[in-house]
Design a protein around this ligand. Structure first.
Ligand SMILES: [Cu+2]
Length: 157
């Protein structure tokens, strides 16, 4: 290997280390809005559904009104899954759009708060623990559950 080749390899290794170091502790910011997608139609176009729906307040099926219109909606976090690297500094910005109140817990990171419509709540933490952690609204199960995925930091020599 010539000196020139050696220098190129050394530079590549140095860049590799620099990239790894930067990736190991990135600032990551996500927004999770409490949302309620909704659909509706009149019974003369589509009959009122009779099939069973999952238990819980996260899915709402409204009987036909005086005009025969029925509606279905579900409560969700706008992001169903968030993936970060172990060691990242994570900020989750919660915003209440629909639903009066969402008692929320981030499992594994000891974060609990109540998000209200029209309000925002910011949670910041270092993702020190790898794994999958649920972000749960206690009111609107089983749909209003998202997943925080913290991928393990790569082993370094
Ligand atoms: Cu909720």
């Amino acid at each position: 290997m010539s000196l020139k080749d050696l220098l190129i390899v050394s530079a590549a290794v140095a860049i590799g280390f620099a990239t790894t170091a930067a990736a190991a502790n990135s600032k990551r910011t996500f927004t999770l809005a409490a949302i309620e997608p909704k659909g509706g139609v009149t019974v003369d176009n589509e009959p009122f559904p009779t099939a069973a729906l999952p238990e819980g307040s996260g899915i709402v099926l409204k009987q036909p009104n005086a005009e025969g219109r029925w509606e279905v909606s579900t409560y969700l976090w706008s992001a169903q899954q968030i993936t970060v690297n172990q060691g990242d500094d994570v900020t989750l910005q919660f915003v209440g759009i629909n639903g009066a109140s969402h008692p929320t817990t981030i499992e594994g990171y000891d974060q609990s708060f109540t998000l209200k419509r029209g309000e925002a709540h910011s949670v910041s933490f270092r993702a020190h623990k790898a794994g999958m952690f649920k972000i749960i609204c206690a009111t609107h199960g089983p749909t209003m559950v998202s997943e925080l995925v913290v991928t393990p930091a790569a082993a370094t020599e």
